[in-house]
Ligand binder design. Structure first.
Ligand SMILES: [Zn+2]
Length: 294
């Protein structure tokens, strides 16, 4: 059987102290070129080259170079999640119209916090929060904006005649996609279980969207633990969907822990298998629902 090519990279997570960034290793599909770039994405104004083995490891780079690698990895892993879940290649709308080129990702745009602009074929990332942190350093924010691009690619007319509920569903799906992309990195779910002593219903970096970007460094901009009631705010209206998906993972962890106590070995492997089925089912359900709600 052919071995799939991959590149060793890393993503940033907020360390347990809530201040420093921790580097978590990830495997990104394909041989990533200097930039980093591939056919899907290119990090603007960056020429970070891989090491002799073709990998990008954190110890070899300065802060801004690490931003480029983390941003690339977060976006690329999100694309991979969707391609696996819907069994379909993601083709950007401009490619479908005959215009060439990957999607650009700009890390330091002073005019925005974070947004996907289809007309510019780019994701623009700037700063946000009380301490004006760079949004490119948040896995969740990069993954959320990449999902906006993916949704527009698989359903270019999603916003035709859109209602507030359409926007709410899309915003919720972008948060869920970021959460699922992160939770399904082999090292990450273990880390979350370890940091919460196995109780994912406690606040942790998986439940908090963009952890560290609100006033309290342990809080996120949004939380999967809380249903918010803010009229006219699509993110708040979509919050029950995010909470539902998150609670499914909490339930799977609890069930698996119970099974482990009953004598089942290798908790992570069992949990991963169960949760992967649930993840694909959830993404496909949203995917099928999208054309109907627009
Ligand atoms: Zn959004």
């Amino acid at each position: 059987m052919a071995v799939m090519e991959s590149t060793k990279m890393f993503i940033h997570l907020l360390a347990a102290d809530g201040k420093d960034l921790e580097f978590v290793p990830v495997q990104v599909p394909g041989k990533v070129k200097a930039g980093p770039k591939c056919d899907y994405i290119i990090i603007s104004r960056s020429e970070v080259a891989p090491d002799a083995d073709g990998n990008f490891l954190p110890e070899n780079f300065n802060e801004r170079e690490r931003d480029a690698i983390h941003t690339y990895a977060a976006a690329r892993l999100t694309i991979t999640l969707w391609e696996q879940a819907i069994q379909q290649k993601i083709i950007w709308p401009w490619l479908q119209e005959g215009l060439p080129g990957p999607m650009k990702i700009e890390r330091y745009n002073e005019l925005v916090d974070a947004a996907y602009y289809q007309r510019f074929r780019s994701i623009e990332l700037g700063t946000t929060g009380p301490s004006l942190k760079f949004t490119c350093r948040s896995f969740d924010i990069v993954s959320h904006e990449t999902t906006h691009a993916i949704i527009r690619a698989i359903n270019p007319r999603v916003y035709d005649d859109a209602t507030l509920e359409t926007y709410a569903c899309v915003e919720a799906l972008c948060d869920i996609s970021a959460f699922l992309t992160l939770a399904f990195q082999p090292a990450i779910l273990d880390l979350a279980i370890h940091r919460t002593n196995g109780d994912l219903s406690a606040k942790n970096f998986l439940s908090e969207f963009a952890e560290g970007y609100s006033k309290d460094p342990c809080d996120g901009i949004r939380s999967a633990l809380v249903i918010r009631n803010i009229p006219d705010d699509p993110c708040a209206i979509g919050s029950p969907l995010i909470k539902l998906v998150y609670e499914l993972l909490v339930q799977l962890v609890q069930d698996s822990q119970k099974s482990a106590q009953d004598g089942v070995r290798n908790l992570s492997t069992k949990l991963f298998g169960l949760a992967a089925k649930s993840r694909d089912f959830q993404l496909n359900t949203f995917y099928r629902a999208l054309p109907k709600i627009s």
